[in-house]
Each structure stands twice: as C-alpha cells, then as structure tokens.
Design a binder for this molecule. Structure first.
Ligand code: DQA
Length: 144
C-alpha cells in the first residue's frame, strides 16, 4: 500500500469562507474527505497535514522520507516565496506533486511564479478541489 503525505499550506484551513469567489465554498474537511475516497479506491494510505508556518512545512517534508512514498502539496502563498520549501522538496528523495485550486497564471502577477513547480514531478491547477484529486491519482500512477 502506497503512503502519501498531503500538505496544505497557509490559510487553506479557512476554505469555505475564504474568498469564495476565488476558491469556492468547499471546506478543507470536504476536500480531505474527497482525497480519502480517491485513496480508498486506489488502495493508498494518507496522512494529511495543514500548516500556516513555513518552518513546520519544511520539517514535515524533511521527516517524510522513511514514512512515505510521495508528497502531494498545495504550498498556497508559499508557492511564490519559499526557497526553504523548494529546497526541502529538492533534498527529499520523494516525488512531489504540486496542486492549486485556482489557476495562478490567470491571477495577479505576483502569483504567476511558482518556486515549487520546477522541483515537482508535475503540477495540477485551476480545477478547484479536482486539482487535488487529479494530483493524487497522478502521483499514485507515478510511484506504482
Ligand atoms: C493557492 C493559490 C495561491 O496563490 C494562494 O496564495 C493560496 C491558494 C490555490 O490553491 O489556488 O493560498 O495555492
């Protein structure tokens, strides 16, 4: 059974009420339930974490190597700023898939650069919660 670490970055705990015109009304709990359904179908085991703190996310990635087979991450705002998270993913032997609810390339200019994409196996974005589900399926395909 493949083991996947899911990481939700800052402010994603506020989905549901946070800018619904951009992110929709789905809550993080509902996204996680959808991810668990995909995992059950694909016979994968998930550990799901959300953090508003960059260092905590770096620690999660750093400690993942022996416990997981892959990482699915929505780095949220850290996508555009975090050399530390990028370096942690680079240093990790695990394949990572980056996901975003929104299409960051159709938004403000400061969002149109991802420091994470070059070190991810692939990126799924713009499909709302489906970005997560497609990203998880793609990651599982990759490591199978
Ligand atoms: C996001 C896009 C980021 O620019 C933003 O800071 C987020 C969410 C997304 O999923 O669309 O917090 O990662």
């Amino acid at each position: 059974m493949k083991r996947i670490l899911i990481i939700h970055g800052p402010n994603l705990d506020r989905l549901g009420t946070r800018e619904p015109q951009v992110y929709g009304k789905i809550t993080l709990k509902e996204i996680n339930a959808g991810l668990k359904k995909v995992a059950a179908k694909e016979k994968a085991r998930l550990v799901i974490a959300q953090s508003n703190h960059e260092g905590e996310i770096v620690d999660l990635i750093g400690k993942a190597a022996e416990k997981f087979d892959g990482i699915l991450i929505n780095p949220a705002a850290y996508t555009h700023t975090s050399v530390a998270i990028r370096d942690a993913l680079c240093a990790s032997s695990l394949p990572a898939v980056e996901v975003h609810l929104s299409n960051i390339y159709s938004r403000e200019e400061f969002r149109q650069k991802s420091l994470i994409s070059p070190v991810a196996k692939g990126t799924v974005l713009g499909f709302g919660p489906k970005s997560y589900y497609l990203g998880l399926e793609a990651l599982l395909d990759l490591i199978r």
